[in-house]
Design a protein around this ligand. Structure first.
Ligand code: NCD
Length: 309
């Protein structure tokens, strides 16, 4: 039996290097399969999505992943059009949805929401972003992109830049990177430094530096991972205004980078990467978004098939 069969995916911390490697191999397999074979993987299965926060890529890449492997999807993309608006609880919504589907993906503004839902749901729950805490499938996609584009993860110098306080993709990526031998540079405004309470485990496993100065590192990085300042998570708009536009990657910055470095971003971007960078050979964020379809198809395929595919 494959280890993912009928399992929840709540935190990247639940996945070791072996599990990550098996998702990466399954992803390569999906990419290489012929479309008719792919469609057998989830034939007759239904993915349910429940999104309490806005999303473009996560929800659509899950839907497109499910279509790719022959399944269908249904769900709630906007809770204002659902019975949640009438006051239905998360637990009732999850319980009902799990009766209609084979696997559920949940996005919710509260930390702990996915773990809570997994206790209620009869079907596996995939965390599609919980509060400021975690976004494990984004980290899987980020690690896969690094591996595919750089042909390795070990030995790389990785700069993670922007909102390190509220960006959940950052925490999942850091926990994922704990499985590898990498040098990480965390670069953020002073007020958006990584949350100390969330780095207890990371500190033991990963070597990283913290700085406010991107210029110091830009020419040495193999991977530049940009993030959006998470405006909606600031308790005070004035605090957001102070840090808005702190780091902007333009072609001037790209020129300072190594020829074979890559620029990633979980997207959406606001102003932290200017659009003229999109055509530079270092820009890989749209490829990264597309790989998300394949990594999610692989994960769904493993969750839904006892003996893998
Ligand atoms: C991220 C998220 O929702 O945390 N988006 C995504 O899923 N690709 C990043 C963000 O919103 O900035």
């Amino acid at each position: 039996m494959n280890g993912f069969f009928q399992k929840d995916v709540i935190s990247i911390r639940d996945l070791g290097k072996e599990e990550l490697d098996s998702i990466f191999s399954a992803t390569e397999k999906i990419i290489g399969l012929d479309p008719n074979q792919r469609r057998e993987i989830a034939r007759g299965k239904v993915l349910g999505y429940l999104f309490f926060e806005p999303s473009t890529r996560t929800r659509l890449s899950f839907q497109s992943a499910m279509a790719l492997i022959g399944g269908t999807s249904l769900g709630i993309a906007d809770v204002s059009s659902s019975a949640v608006q009438k006051g239905e609880s998360l637990s009732d919504t999850v319980r009902v949805m799990s009766g209609y589907t084979d696997v559920l993906v949940l996005r919710h503004p509260l930390d702990g929401s996915s773990r809570f839902s997994a206790e209620i749901s009869q079907k596996p729950i995939i965390n599609g972003g919980s509060g400021t805490e975690e976004h494990p499938t984004q980290a899987i996609q980020d690690l896969f992109t690094i591996k595919r584009e750089k042909k390795k993860i070990d030995g790389l110098k990785i700069g993670i830049v922007g909102d390190l306080k509220y960006g959940r993709t950052v925490y999942s990526l850091l926990h994922g990177l704990c499985n590898y031998n990498v040098d990480v540079h965390l670069i953020s405004p002073e007020s958006l430094k990584i949350r100390k309470d969330s780095t207890y485990d990371i500190k033991k496993k990963l070597s990283y530096t913290e700085s406010t100065n991107l210029d110091e590192y830009i020419d040495d990085l193999d991977v530049l991972y940009m993030t959006r300042i998470q405006k909606e998570r600031f308790p005070d708009e004035e605090e957001y205004v102070k840090v808005r536009g702190s780091y902007v990657i333009g072609l001037d910055m790209v020129k300072k980078m190594k020829e074979d470095a890559i620029i990633l971003h979980p997207l959406p971007r606001i102003d932290e990467i200017s659009t003229d960078v999109d055509s530079s050979k270092q820009a890989k964020y749209f490829e990264q978004a597309e790989y998300g379809k394949y990594t999610r198809a692989a994960l769904l395929g493993l969750i839904l098939n006892k003996n893998g595919f």
